[in-house]
Design a protein around this ligand. Structure first.
Ligand SMILES: NC(=O)c1ccc[n+]([C@@H]2O[C@H](COP(=O)([O-])OP(=O)(O)OC[C@H]3O[C@@H](n4cnc5c(N)ncnc54)[C@H](O)[C@@H]3O)[C@@H](O)[C@H]2O)c1
Length: 315
């Protein structure tokens, strides 16, 4: 194993999510080399060509379809390979198919590269993050999932719309499973330091319970709605991937709700799910001990036990 090239990224799986992520990565200007891998090599080649044709409008970089030997020096490896949800399927329904795909992919990665940061995106992302950690032998800080980064973006977007304010001024998290048991942490949600309910009142909204329930449900059901309407979701996750990579490559120490192996976090240990964490050049540098209301804490434990059951079933 040689030294890593901090300007090199690999994307494994070039379906909707991999291709959209690769496009967002190209536009970010963060890297000078990107390898695309897919079991359908033509698909990876087609995407590499198509995305490369945007380079005269972006920043120069090498983009090509490759094989596992090409990723030995990649600083970050993004894994999107796996089946997506079909209309009516939950993320947890994908477990068996995608764990078996990971059993083929992850050992091929760790055989050539033991030093990268591995970002898991395929679903169910929490179970697959745990799977990738187990199969890769990577330390916990260097294998983590996009988790609820996308769900949190959806929450911020919807709150921004509701309150007619820039979604970047909204500070709120979705934690737990990236899936049906996820939790919106309302107890600490705020807009630029102003507690969410007070900000709502400033903007003429007074039915807090009703609005919180509706918005949390809309976040949770976003993927189902998009999949019903267009078959897959990919632009939102592509921007989430780009944001996570930016935090890593620029060593930003940004707090993002990524999915990582937990250690006595609100009593949860040994599974991967999302809690806000500091993300920088070493991957997950620390989990942030976010405070939760009693109700949120109870829901978090339920979310953890849903995931633990799946892990017990699979491993
Ligand atoms: N984490 C998130 O927030 C999030 C958001 C959207 C989608 N997803 C997930 O991302 C995954 C991909 O979704 P998609 O819409 O791109 O699916 P897709 O079917 O369009 O693409 C999957 C790709 O993986 C490839 N592939 C399958 N097995 C492989 C293997 N062994 N080696 C290499 N490549 C392989 C396929 O050839 C295909 O190109 C799904 O699991 C989906 O649920 C996650």
């Amino acid at each position: 194993m040689g030294t890593l090239n901090n300007r090199k990224v690999a994307v494994i799986g070039c379906g909707f999510v991999g291709a959209a992520s690769a496009f967002a990565i190209m536009e970010s200007g963060l890297f000078s080399e990107m390898v695309l891998i897919d079991m359908n090599h033509d698909k990876a080649e087609g995407e590499a060509l198509d995305i490369s044709h945007g380079l005269p409008f972006s920043k120069p970089m090498q983009i090509y379809a490759g094989d596992y030997k090409d990723i030995s020096d990649a600083a970050v490896i993004v894994v999107t390979a796996g089946a997506g949800q079909k209309p009516g399927e939950t993320r947890l329904d994908l477990v068996k198919k995608n764990v078996s795909i990971f059993k083929s992919i992850i050992p091929q990665i760790s055989e050539v590269n033991k030093d990268a940061i591995m970002l898991i995106v395929a679903n169910p992302v929490d179970i697959l993050t745990y799977t990738a950690w187990k199969l890769s032998g990577y330390p916990e800080n260097r294998v983590f999932g996009s988790g609820t980064t996308l769900d949190t973006a959806r929450l911020k977007y919807l709150l921004g719309q509701h309150l007619d304010v820039d979604s970047r001024s909204v500070h709120a998290f979705i934690v737990g499973e990236h899936g049906d048991s996820e939790i919106a942490v309302w107890s600490s949600a705020n807009v630029s330091g102003i507690p969410i309910n007070r900000f709502c009142e400033m903007r003429g909204h007074f039915h807090h319970e009703e609005a919180m329930q509706r918005i949390a449900e809309d976040v949770k059901n976003s993927a189902y709605e998009i999949i019903n309407k267009k078959g897959a979701t990919y632009y939102g996750i592509a921007m989430s991937v780009r944001r996570i990579l930016e935090a890593i490559i620029r060593d930003e120490k940004t707090i993002l709700p990524i999915s990582s192996i937990q250690h006595d976090n609100h009593g949860v240990s040994g599974i991967a799910f999302s809690m806000p964490a500091i993300v920088g050049k070493n991957g997950v540098e620390a989990t942030v001990p976010i405070s939760l209301s009693q109700e949120e804490e109870k829901a978090l434990k339920e979310s953890a036990s849903t995931l633990q059951k799946v892990i017990d079933d699979v491993f």
